[in-house]
Design a protein around this ligand. Structure first.
Ligand code: FAD
Length: 290
């Protein structure tokens, strides 16, 4: 049987898309064009990240609010514990609730300097589990949290990382979205381990279509995701050929999604980096159509 893995997909797939708040007018134009392109695929939600150290608090809020006002999409606002007291974070969450946002992606965030140990802000939430509990006390938000199939770098072992995820679920999280990864087996094993302990909790794979391995490797070092050697090989010699890189990226991510689909996955979360083409193409392969 030479049919591609995703040829079995039958319109039973849900997707969500992640964006970051734009810094400039040009970046804003790119983002809004991407949102317009992806909106007809009817995503379950679209999420907007929160810059390191809370640096994009206003821009994240403005982007989420514009999605509420100008589209029919369901927004999810990312929020971290970094650099703010509990009261300040609760106030941000309350503002979201007041403008109609019902879904928060609750995260701890990273220390301001790479390589340093994480230190909670005095009077702040110490970790994502505490943040989830705090948000639930503000309003009955739907809450997504982060999960790490390849284990978060701050964890001493997979068991303690899993315990941390369970604490977030027990605090009220509705689903976990994973860090990106390149091994379907690794994700499926992780999903099954969680399901054996907390059946019914959705573990949604975070899919990063990679077009530039060097950039991805720099980023992956900080977040507990391994970059396999074969990824380097597949992009060798393509530095000056962006169109070829796009095709390779779509093929790799499409195949990963096909393997996940075969393993029973029916919700895919795409790290779009504010570009629509790759996510759109992969959704199309998966049978997600306008
Ligand atoms: P936590 O779940 O709090 O855990 C972090 C680590 O600390 C884990 O290893 C955990 O095991 C350990 N830990 C926590 N509490 C305890 C405890 N009580 N005892 C022992 N160990 C403990 N970052 C941003 O800045 N902005 C974003 O918008 C953003 N979006 C993201 C979206 C997704 C889907 C993902 C996967 C990550 C995102 N991140 C974002 C990155 C995230 O902030 C970092 O990975 C951060 O280092 C950990 O956040 P967390 O919410 O997973 O932390």
């Amino acid at each position: 049987n030479h049919a591609p893995l995703f040829a079995e997909a039958r319109g039973d797939i849900a997707v969500s898309f992640e964006f970051f708040p734009p810094k400039t007018d040009t970046m804003a134009e790119t983002l809004w064009r991407s949102i317009e392109t992806l909106a007809p695929l009817n995503p379950r939600f679209v999420s907007v990240t929160y810059g390191a150290g809370g640096s994009t608090r206003e821009r994240t809020h403005a982007t989420v609010e514009r999605i509420v006002k100008e589209t029919d999409l369901t927004p999810a606002a990312h929020l971290t514990c970094v650099g703010a007291t509990r009261d300040e974070i609760d106030a941000v969450a309350k503002d979201y609730w007041d403008v109609g946002v019902r879904h928060i992606v609750a995260l701890r965030g990273d220390p301001p300097e790479v390589g340093q140990a994480y230190r909670p802000h005095p009077g702040g939430y110490a970790n994502a589990a505490e943040l989830v509990a705090g948000l639930k006390a503000v309003a009955p938000f739907e809450i997504s949290v982060a999960a790490y199939p390849e284990v978060h770098p701050d964890s001493d072992c997979p068991e303690s990382d899993l315990d941390n995820l369970l604490r977030k679920i027990d605090a009220g999280a509705d689903r976990a979205i994973t860090q990106f990864f390149f091994s379907a087996d690794c994700f499926l094993r992780f999903r099954d381990r969680v399901a054996a302990i907390r059946p019914g909790i959705e573990i949604v794979p975070g899919i990063l279509p990679v077009t530039n391995v060097a950039t991805t490797r720099r980023f992956a070092g900080q977040c507990g995701a391994a970059i396999p050697d074969w990824l380097d090989r597949l992009f060798e010699g393509l530095d000056e050929l962006p169109a070829a890189r796009q095709l390779v990226a779509a093929t790799i991510a499409g195949e990963l999604c096909g393997q996940l689909y075969a393993g029973g996955v029916r919700h895919f979360h795409f790290y779009t980096l504010n570009r629509a083409e790759l996510a759109y193409a992969i959704c199309h392969l998966l049978g997600v159509r306008a």
